[in-house]
Ligand binder design. Structure first.
Ligand SMILES: [Ca+2]
Length: 424
């Protein structure tokens, strides 16, 4: 622009000089030249102006081009950001899916745990109910009622404490589980493994608590006698291992005997089938059979003595004891095992039945292939082929079908019988 102004000033100067000169040819040539110069200068000025405009346009173009470059760079950056974002989204989706699976597994694990816990609690509640029933039984019993009551109340108290401890343990663990679950939701895998470990520890401790709560309960009459040495004869609740609790008649003389068979008046029918002999029948305060499953539980893996007390119809009382007494499990048909004999009732009446399986009117396990001994002699016993004793026979008859002990010196039919065990 500056050069254009200089030209304009020059043109004005030339124009004013031509006005002062007035010679003939020289003036004419001068005028032509002057006009030509003005035209050229005008063209020059126009060209200058165009050049100047072009320079301006070029600057604009350069600026725009730079801006386009910048925009392309920005665009690339955005595109890269978008790709990263998309990848992250896919990863996040996968992570969410796998977390959902883990949460589902966790939920089913926790709900199965809850079922176990509930089952455990309901078992314990059933035990409380059983204990209440026992207390009622004992209240109507005439023998040793006060001792028995105080013994059972003490056991109930211990049980209540144990029950409370288990409930506290469960609720504490559930609270811990909740916290761990929240942690898991935040951090994923590691926390889940920790949670599983915690659950294992928890179920282990529940099992131990359950087992320890059983230790508060007497296994047999001997346990009751040890805990309460002044206990008198009567009906007590016992808890043989591996089987349900049962009511048993306890003979508390000489360290506490658990009576498992008693006959004294013929009120109870003893001609029964396998399942009744398995789980027991009759009234423990009167005539009864404790049950083969309990006798098995009480005698297995222990060193037990069997004592049989008998009184015949002439009121002569005698007894027989056998060491190493046990009966095998149901799979072996509650087979009888006895060791050496002592007493005055004669050994062979039961020794003849040693190592025999139990037979009832609906299960013939005896050694006679031609006869069903239980049916033939209206009893249930460890029949051989068939018997030298039949203490579960028909109380009302005095023949082979009756309550008989062959090796008794005089009359061998019994008015009263008691079979009991004591173990070390
Ligand atoms: Ca047979």
């Amino acid at each position: 622009m500056e050069s254009f102004s200089a030209f304009f000033i020059l043109v004005v100067c030339i124009s004013s000089v031509s006005g002062d000169t007035s010679s003939d040819d020289g003036r004419g040539n001068m005028n032509v030249f002057q006009k030509e110069l003005l035209v050229q200068m005008k063209k020059l000025s126009n060209a200058q102006e165009n050049i100047s405009r072009s320079v301006d346009n070029y600057d604009l173009f350069r600026a725009m081009s730079d801006k386009i470059d910048n925009l392309e760079e920005e665009n690339k950056k955005l595109k890269r950001g978008l790709e990263i974002l998309m990848n992250n989204t896919i990863l996040e989706k996968k992570r969410t899916e796998s977390n959902t699976e883990k949460l589902n597994a966790l939920h089913s694990f926790m709900s199965s745990f809850n079922i176990d816990a509930m089952r455990n609690i309901s078992d314990l509640e059933a035990m409380i109910r059983d204990n209440k029933e026992t207390l009622n039984d004992i209240q109507v019993s005439t023998n040793g009622i006060q001792i028995a009551m105080s013994g059972n109340i003490s056991l109930m108290d211990k049980f209540r404490v144990s029950h409370g401890n288990i409930l506290n343990e469960v609720s504490n663990s559930l609270r811990d589980l909740e916290i761990t679950t929240k942690t898991y939701e935040r951090f994923g895998n590691d926390s889940f493994a920790k949670l599983e470990m915690e659950l294992n520890v928890l179920s282990g401790s529940l099992k131990k608590l359950n087992e320890s709560s059983f230790r508060f309960f007497p296994k047999d009459c001997q346990d009751i006698q040890k805990t309460f040495p002044v206990s008198k004869n009567g009906v007590y609740r016992i808890y043989p291992y591996d089987s349900e609790a049962a009511n048993a008649y306890c003979d508390m003389t000489n360290g506490g005997w658990t009576v498992f068979q008693r006959r004294q008046n013929g009120k109870t029918n003893f001609y029964r089938g396998w399942n009744e002999y398995k789980s027991g029948f009759g009234s423990p305060g009167d005539e009864y059979w404790l049950g083969n499953s309990y006798i098995h539980s009480l005698t297995i893996n222990r060193n037990c003595t069997l004592r049989i007390d008998l009184t015949n119809w002439d009121n002569i009382s005698r007894y027989a004891t056998y060491t190493d007494f046990r009966i095998e499990n149901e799979a072996d048909n509650y087979r009888l095992r006895i060791g050496s004999y002592s007493g005055n009732a004669g050994h062979y009446s039961l020794s003849y039945h040693n190592n025999q399986e139990f037979t009832t009117k609906d299960r013939d396990n005896d050694k006679s292939s031609s006869r069903h001994c239980a049916v033939l002699y209206t009893g249930a016993w460890w029949y051989n082929a068939c018997h030298h004793s039949n203490l579960n026979g028909d109380y009302s008859v005095r023949n082979d079908k009756g309550v008989r002990w062959w090796s008794y010196p005089s009359s061998d039919f019994m008015k009263t019988t008691t079979m009991k065990l004591k173990c070390t």
